[in-house]
Design a protein around this ligand. Structure first.
Ligand SMILES: [Zn+2]
Length: 207
């Protein structure tokens, strides 16, 4: 009945409505039932779709709808977009500001920005350096955790900058090796694998 792309759009639209209603209140049966019947139409049959389609809609309470709506979103691995959760974008932008301190203290000039591309149907954020970008982009959900976002953005900045300047950055002054952005006990840091691995500095505090 639909092309694959149209089908994806319908699922995105329904799941976005369910997500927003679960967050803000006001969930009604219509998008939940519609999503369940679409999924079954495509041969995706789960306990939640079964329950939704077997029961009489009039007997579904708000608690039922909430539980089943959450199950459906989980079953299709739903993740909010930047449009649905602007705070995810704000967290990534703030992370880029922090990483930019390291870029500048490394003596690297050139415009850094966070962008999305029309051609990218995954809806990821991309780090652009002097108009170019590399890697796979950053999924919106990365913005859910401040330190995790910082490590992901640092990694994306590093990948993009190194592709464009053809130099390793940042480097451990002691071991002359490239650093990696990682989480160390929940904090985003630059790590060096020289001398049995050590943390050089938290992201944003390279000197
Ligand atoms: Zn080192």
């Amino acid at each position: 009945m639909h092309s694959e792309e149209q089908a994806k759009q319908v699922v995105d639209e329904l799941s976005g409505r369910i997500y927003t209603a679960l967050r803000d209140g006001g969930l009604n049966a219509e998008p939940v039932l519609e999503l369940a019947s679409l999924l079954e139409e495509w041969g995706v049959c789960t306990p939640a779709t079964r329950e939704l389609l077997d029961r009489s809609p009039a007997h579904l309470t708000t608690e039922d709808l909430t539980r089943l709506g959450e199950s459906l979103l989980g079953e299709i691995n739903f993740e909010p977009t930047f449009a649905l959760e602007p705070r995810l974008w704000a967290t990534l932008e703030h992370s880029l500001e922090v990483v930019e301190r390291d870029v500048r203290s490394g003596g690297i000039i050139g415009t850094l920005s966070l962008v999305t591309y029309d051609w990218d149907c995954s809806g990821h954020a991309w780090v652009e350096f002097q108009g170019g970008s590399h890697g796979n982009g950053i999924p919106p959900i990365a913005g859910n955790d401040a330190q995790g976002a910082l490590a992901e953005v640092a990694d994306a900045v590093q990948e993009t900058i190194m592709e464009l300047i053809w130099k390793v950055w940042p480097v451990c002054a002691t071991h002359d090796r490239g650093l990696r952005a990682e989480l160390d006990r929940g904090i985003a840091v630059w790590r060096c694998t020289g001398g049995g691995t050590h943390t050089v500095a938290p992201v944003g505090e390279l000197s």
